[in-house]
Design a protein around this ligand. Structure first.
Ligand SMILES: NC(=O)c1ccc[n+]([C@@H]2O[C@H](COP(=O)([O-])OP(=O)(O)OC[C@H]3O[C@@H](n4cnc5c(N)ncnc54)[C@H](OP(=O)(O)O)[C@@H]3O)[C@@H](O)[C@H]2O)c1
Length: 335
């Protein structure tokens, strides 16, 4: 597995990262996540060369972090643990964000809530230090902590040895620049896939020019781009994949277009002896500015498949052809 730098932090992390939102389970993931299987899969991933593990307190309200903590016992020195702060459910501090899995979630990047979150994450993960600590969503009004204040708090955590590097998620370009003006930002995490290419306009070029690592998420479009989500698969209404704002490509007419797109790449799959997931991950990791691809992984079969992407190097002509095809696909219809 190729490792790439996490910005200028001195940390090297695997190009394919293990995304653990699904390991938090709950209604958003269909309620069928199995902790024993999750731990086994994480350990297999570490043993086979994935060192970047991305989690967050919000994934199953601590469940994902605890599962990661259990899995890395005895393997800590081989893992880059990335977690987050800023989605707050304890009380009314912060600003309303959304309701998920029965809880009101607020965005808070106040130093007083971060202090509570960091100690809880260290406990959940069973570690003394978090390698990459990321703000999960930017603060917003009415309780909008200035970026400089949040950064001061994060830099203090770094001085105290509780974290090794600072990352951000889901920020605009202006917000990213404001963070960078306050201190070193190792990474930016955001949604990016061949079907959702908005970050190519601003964030990816900025990160590339400023040596900031990029951790892309939903690059498999939550499984759709693996080709395994057929026209007959039905998601429960409270599953995240039923959220048509985020997962517009899952709507049946759009889904059909994606399945047809993948079917048109059968010759590429044969040429590289690759699955569609491997083609997609490899394409994503080859794009300008894209350094790390976070893949949500539920079991060992998915792990082996996604790991296989690391051995593929797509020819420039094939990369260009895939881009032409996804551009030709256009936007998903919003029903
Ligand atoms: N910072 C943020 O705001 C944010 C937001 C979203 C995600 N993230 C991070 O990014 C990670 C990745 O995003 P994601 O998990 O939402 O989406 P994703 O990686 O696009 O999709 C994950 C899902 O795809 C399916 N899958 C993965 N590999 C597969 C394979 N080889 N074959 C068949 N199916 C496969 C699994 O679906 P099944 O469940 O059906 O098995 C899995 O749950 C997250 O886990 C999280 O760490 C961060």
């Amino acid at each position: 597995m190729e490792n790439r730098p996490l910005g200028e932090s001195g940390i090297e992390a695997s190009v394919v990262g293990f995304g653990t939102w699904v390991l938090g389970g709950g209604t958003v993931w269909g309620n069928d996540t199995n902790d024993r299987e999750s731990i086994y899969t994480l350990q297999a991933a570490i043993d086979e060369g994935i060192n970047l593990i991305d989690t967050a307190p919000a994934y199953g309200w601590g469940r994902s972090e605890k599962v990661v903590g259990e899995a890395i016992k005895g393997r800590r020195d081989r893992v880059i643990v990335a977690t987050k702060c800023g989605l707050w459910t304890d009380d009314e501090r912060g600003s309303f964000f959304t309701e998920m899995a029965g809880r009101i979630m607020r965005r808070s990047l106040r130093p007083d809530t971060i202090q509570i979150e960091i100690d809880r994450s260290l406990r959940n993960l069973g570690v003394d230090c978090i390698d990459l600590y990321q703000t999960h969503w930017p603060a917003c009004p009415p309780d909008k902590t200035p970026i400089a204040e949040t950064m001061e708090c994060l830099l203090k955590l770094k001085e105290q040895g509780k974290i090794r590097a600072i990352g951000v998620c889901n920020v605009t370009l202006d917000e990213l620049k404001e963070h960078c003006a306050c201190g070193p930002i190792a990474s930016d995490q955001f949604r990016y896939s061949m079907l959702y290419r908005d970050p190519e306009r601003d964030i990816l070029p900025f990160c590339q020019a400023n040596r900031i690592a990029t951790l892309t998420y939903m690059s498999l479009e939550q499984g759709l781009l693996t080709g395994k989500v057929g026209m007959d698969r039905v998601f429960k209404p409270d599953e995240f994949r039923s959220n048509a704002d985020w997962n517009t490509w899952f709507l049946l007419p759009n889904r059909k277009r994606v399945l047809d797109l993948l079917a048109g790449w059968r010759d590429l799959a044969d040429k590289y002896h690759a699955s569609f997931a491997q083609l997609v991950i490899s394409w994503t990791a080859a794009q300008a500015g894209a350094t790390h691809v976070l893949c949500g992984i539920r079991n060992v079969a998915q792990l082996r498949d996604n790991l296989g992407a690391a051995r593929i190097k797509l020819d420039p002509a094939d990369l260009a052809r895939m881009r032409r095809d996804v551009v030709a696909l256009g936007e998903p219809a919003r029903l």
